[in-house]
Design a protein around this ligand. Structure first.
Ligand code: IFM
Length: 457
């Protein structure tokens, strides 16, 4: 077992260790204090969408257990908490009426963090679109981008004086491709044209929100969290290498290129441009405003091969086999070095600001035995990926912090509660929290920070 104190020595003294969650996954209280449904409430209540028809009505009951959970975060020894804000609590219909009790909840959350000396990293959108906005087409409608801008303004006007950082979106890949093309996440569409509309309007919403944040809370560092895919060709053949480039353009370039280069990838435009919505004059300038930071969420590589089927839709790839047969309980290949290669590749391709690893972690579903959870494989996963993070710092990449996903077991989207990513175990019958073996290890590491004589990377 890697000793956490030895590992800690590989990070600069001002490196930030944190834990992450998202509103819909933990809060519950889905009808409390004026909150209205999100697309995830509707989706999870439909048969056949979420495992066991689990929903977010109670989740980890975090909304009602805020103080205890903030104590738990403190107990985890971390310096930062990454959480998301639920748009349906703040502007329940997406547009129109502002719901003060919703803002009050996040006020308490932020103040509670500050009182405990914990830095606040807020995400404005972690997939819980107010359901009412689906009446206009949800993310396929340009008007949703402007509704998001207003929501960003409202949140920052209330919380901006106490946030240490804000991200506009979490993983647009999921709320665009997984939600509108692959049909796995809400709203469950399977349509390329709809997905391309969601793509552009999400990118536009990001840019509009950056503008709003800078206007209302100019001192808060603003960023974007991307689950960049570590795309690896399944073989050295020219076909598979070309497939990997196409996959990069589609899965990463669709977001990185407009944000960090002010244009969409040429390959995507050639293949799919006709199905895209109008990119109006000025859109790309709004989208590509310089960011203060960006966040990487990394779990597993994406191995691809060329799809030989005639007329296969762009990016025309099929999955290639895992190289490492070891996988986590959700079926994702464990391959830590791909995280390092991905970061190096992204800094080669784009002019990127400093970064955080905003999510990394593993799904293992072992339960409580005699009051304890022995999740050694999760601990190993963390240790191996953190060693890669330390290598990145050694090699000069501007990596400022790392957030473990997740603080506690929670609603794992289409997988419901059966897939567990927490450092802390949640018994959903009693809402009892138990720090797992991995959580104790992570705490021992995090407790070393910040430490004196900071030597920044
Ligand atoms: O649970 C999710 C999280 O909401 C976004 N990133 C990936 C995690 C694990 O699937």
């Amino acid at each position: 077992m890697i000793d956490p104190k030895t590992l800690a020595e590989r990070f600069p003294g001002d490196f930030l260790f944190g834990v992450a969650t998202a509103a819909f996954q933990i809060e519950g209280a889905s009808k409390a204090d004026g909150r209205k449904p999100s697309i995830w409430d509707a989706f999870s209540n439909m048969p056949g969408r979420v495992f066991g028809r689990h929903n977010g009505d109670v989740a980890c009951d975090h909304y009602n257990r805020l103080e205890e959970d903030l104590d738990l975060i403190k107990e985890m020894g971390v310096e930062g908490y990454r959480f998301s804000i639920a748009w349906p609590r703040i502007i329940p219909e997406g547009v129109g009426r502002i719901n003060e009790p919703g803002l009050d909840f996040y006020d308490r959350l932020v103040d509670g963090c500050k009182a405990r000396g914990i830095k606040t990293f807020a995400t404005l959108y972690h997939w819980d679109l107010p359901l009412s906005l689906m009446g206009d087409g949800g993310w396929t409608a340009r008007s949703t981008a402007y509704a998001f801008q207003r929501y960003a303004k409202v949140v920052m006007a209330r919380l901006g004086d106490r946030l240490d950082a804000v991200a506009t979106f979490n993983e647009p890949w999921c709320s665009v491709w997984l939600s509108h093309l692959y049909g796995v996440h809400a709203p469950g569409e399977r349509n390329m044209q709809a997905a391309l509309h969601a793509m552009h309007h999400t990118n536009l919403a990001h840019g509009l929100a950056v503008e709003a944040i800078r206007h209302v809370a100019p001192t808060v560092p603003v960023g974007l969290v991307l689950n960049a895919h570590a795309v690896v060709a399944g073989s050295d053949s020219a076909e598979d290498k070309a497939a990997a480039q196409r996959a990069f353009d589609f899965h990463n370039g669709a977001f990185f290129d407009p944000v960090f280069k002010g244009q969409y990838p040429q390959s995507l435009l050639s293949a799919l441009g006709e199905q895209m919505p109008a990119v109006e004059e000025g859109d790309l300038a709004i989208i590509s405003q310089k960011l203060d930071w960006w966040g990487l969420n990394y779990y597993t590589p994406m191995r691809v091969a060329d799809d030989p089927a005639e007329g296969a839709e762009f990016p025309a790839t099929v999955p290639a086999p895992f190289v490492n047969p070891e996988k986590t309980d959700i079926g994702w290949e464990i391959y830590p070095s791909a995280m390092g290669d991905l970061v190096a590749d992204l800094y080669r391709r784009y002019d990127l600001p400093p970064m955080y690893i905003t999510e990394n972690g593993a799904c293992y579903n072992m339960d409580l035995v005699d009051g304890a959870v022995d999740d050694q494989p999760r601990l190993d996963y963390y240790a191996e990926h953190l060693a890669v993070a330390a290598d990145l710092i050694r090699d000069g990449y501007p990596l400022k912090g790392y957030f473990a996903w997740s603080l506690m077991d929670n609603f794992e989207w289409a997988e419901g509660y059966r897939m567990r990513f927490g450092l802390v175990h949640v018994d959903y019958d009693t809402q009892q929290r138990t720090i797992k073996k991995s959580g104790q290890w992570y705490r021992d590491l995090a407790l070393q920070f910040p430490r004196g004589n900071h030597k920044s990377a």
